[in-house]
Design a protein around this ligand. Structure first.
Ligand SMILES: [Zn+2]
Length: 131
């Protein structure tokens, strides 16, 4: 897959972050790189989580979320699967932006998967917006 095609997958994943969270993503840049600095790393959040920032800060460098293409491609068995894994990685790193620690992120992921399944089954996508 070309870098451009992978970019589009990442863009779709960002668009799928529930709106209530997406609206609060400020001063945050998404970056795509081919390979991670450590093997097995899918994504990386770098910056200062939202709860640690002061409102009086006049200027802050943007936080970055880096998504690594290679490990996602090697893990996925088809393009739908790739999209799903990238969705999960984007969500995982966005949760760090909101100040969740690793164990809290994993808990939130489990909850999200359950609520997604319910939403699909009952065809109630609106539920996710109210998370
Ligand atoms: Zn994490």
């Amino acid at each position: 897959m070309t870098a451009r095609e992978f970019d589009r997958i990442v863009e779709r994943a960002i668009a799928r972050v529930p709106e209530g969270f997406r609206k609060r993503l400020k001063n945050l840049a998404f970056v795509v790189e081919k390979e991670p600095p450590r093997p097995g790393l899918l994504g990386l959040y770098q910056g200062r989580p939202l709860p640690l920032r002061s409102v009086s800060e006049p200027f802050a460098m943007p936080d970055t979320i880096t998504i690594y293409q290679g490990p996602h491609e090697r893990m996925a068995h088809d393009e739908d699967d790739l999209q799903r894994i990238v969705n999960d990685t984007v969500w995982h790193e966005v949760a760090h932006y909101f100040g969740l620690e690793e164990d809290e992120v994993l808990k939130a992921e489990r909850k999200r998967r359950i609520s997604q399944r319910q939403a699909l089954r009952k065809n109630q996508y609106n539920r996710e917006r109210n998370l």
